[in-house]
Design a protein around this ligand. Structure first.
Ligand SMILES: NC(=O)c1ccc[n+]([C@@H]2O[C@H](COP(=O)([O-])OP(=O)(O)OC[C@H]3O[C@@H](n4cnc5c(N)ncnc54)[C@H](O)[C@@H]3O)[C@@H](O)[C@H]2O)c1
Length: 434
């Protein structure tokens, strides 16, 4: 059993802390958000993540997991401090490191014994060295510490199983012994552990996210060509995916990637590259295609409805992907804003993300289910591929709508089936011909 302090209880920090506690370690999580901490102490989750609430309660009851706003309390006995604060996009496309800076300063001021500081936040290449410098400058008295990079690869919606069954653990440090100590924390997961230098570990995270985003933009570009030439991109992706060199994952054409990671990470990598004299043309194309993909939805609606002014558009799904309430950079936001700018009236439903709708949207009627969204709608748009959208009573929906138009941004439905039911249906790259 090791003593761990996790700084930041967002999607990554809370899952990391809770899972380490579940593995038997003694964990205390620190956050500057007093409301979040107070609620967590009462067992109330700040986010929706399947399985998390039960795991937090169980480990808190077993006294392996605690929450505080005090760095002093969090670091009193800690051997490890994991930094898991946000690194949002800055105004110029760079990663905004203000929260990492503040966490590093406060760790330095509060540490009372030698400490391994582990960067779990996604941070630009070179941040590990920068954090070490900050800690050195802000310590009250010189005390030994080591910085290790341990980028996180979990996905919201399946974060707990991603933590418990990772494809790999990446550790980067200039000190082999510090990296080995962090590796010990993960040993029971029996996952491959790769130990490398700090900068390489930081780069592995960005390169991985950029590659996954590239696959999505690649298949989206293929989808546009399919649409123009009458091929079905869903079948194309299946045919490609059987090739072991290609594989089936991240080849779903649709409305494009969103969320709190891919958009900002691709942007930050392109920014880093440009600042250092490189020409990140592939990354730029990936971002351009992704932006166009969202606009295509609006274009299709305009084409089908003539004008969007005063048209009632029903939006199915607000979260950037299923099984999360996270709306950061969700395609829903841009699509709704574009529709509203052309005068459309928006009704929407999401199984869990509606709690966050007020932060990003205005003048949207939130409905209690899909069928209420459909009432009087001129068109429906599927934005998030929640399971519950895959088995709808389509005849009931058609009856409730003013016009039976569906733009399926996730290719959930079969174009032929939809046509047979009397819908005017547009998927993404499905080679339709009506
Ligand atoms: N969300 C994901 O799916 C995911 C996956 C892999 C990696 N990441 C990376 O992990 C990092 C965290 O992402 P997230 O989605 O969990 O962020 P988040 O915004 O959900 O949570 C960040 C938390 O840090 C807290 N915080 C900010 N400054 C603080 C400080 N000085 N001291 C203590 N707490 C502080 C905030 O109050 C908040 O609770 C980011 O770098 C992100 O890119 C995220």
């Amino acid at each position: 059993m090791r003593k761990i302090c996790v700084v930041g209880v967002g999607y990554v920090g809370l899952v990391t802390g809770t899972c380490f506690a579940d593995l038997g370690h003694q964990v205390i999580c620190v956050d500057v958000d007093e409301t979040k901490i107070a609620r967590l102490r009462q067992g109330i989750m700040p986010i929706y993540e399947p399985g998390l609430e039960e795991m937090v309660r169980r480990n808190a009851q077993a006294n392996r997991l605690d929450f505080t706003t005090s760095y002093e309390e969090g670091l009193a006995e800690a051997e490890f401090a994991f930094i898991a604060v946000g690194t949002p996009q800055g105004s110029g496309g760079e990663a905004d490191l203000q929260y990492v800076r503040s966490a590093a300063e406060r760790i330095a001021q509060a540490m009372v014994q030698p400490l391994i500081i582990v960067n779990k936040s996604t941070v630009p290449i070179g941040t590990g060295d920068w954090v070490a410098d900050i800690v050195r400058r802000h310590q009250k008295q010189p005390m030994e510490f080591w910085v290790v990079s341990n980028p996180e690869f979990l996905r919201e919606g399946s974060a707990i199983s991603d933590f418990m069954y990772p494809d790999r653990i990446v550790l980067g440090s200039l000190d082999a012994e510090a990296a080995a100590q962090v590796a010990q924390l993960y040993l029971s997961l029996r996952a491959p552990i790769m130990i490398t230098d700090l900068r390489t570990a930081e780069m592995i995270k960005y390169a991985s996210n950029a590659f996954l985003a590239t696959r999505i933009s690649f298949i989206n570009e293929i989808s546009s060509i399919c649409e123009a030439l009458g091929a079905d991109v869903k079948e194309v992706a299946i045919g490609m995916g059987y090739d072991k060199r290609i594989g089936p994952h991240f080849l779903d054409a649709g409305i494009g990637y969103g969320g709190s990671c891919f958009p900002k990470d691709v942007q930050a990598l392109a920014h880093m590259a440009a600042v250092h004299g490189c020409h990140p043309q592939l990354l730029r194309a990936v971002m351009d295609i992704n932006r166009d993909q969202r606009r295509q939805v609006v274009h299709k609606l305009r084409e089908l409805l003539g004008t969007l002014d005063e048209k009632v558009i029903g939006i199915l799904g607000l979260a950037f992907k299923p099984n999360t309430d996270d709306m950061r950079e969700s395609p829903a936001i841009e699509v709704i804003h574009l529709l509203q700018s052309e005068g459309a009236i928006i009704r929407a439903y999401d199984p869990v993300a509606m709690v966050n709708a007020d932060i990003y949207l205005h003048d949207v009627t939130l409905c209690q289910d899909v069928y209420k969204v459909a009432e009087g709608a001129d068109a429906l748009v599927i934005i998030t591929d929640w399971n519950e959208f895959k088995h709808l009573s389509l005849s009931k929906i058609k009856e409730a709508m003013r016009r039976p138009i569906m733009v399926d941004g996730r290719n959930i439905y079969d174009p032929q089936v939809m046509r047979n039911l009397g819908f005017v249906y547009r998927g993404v790259g499905r080679g339709y011909s009506d």
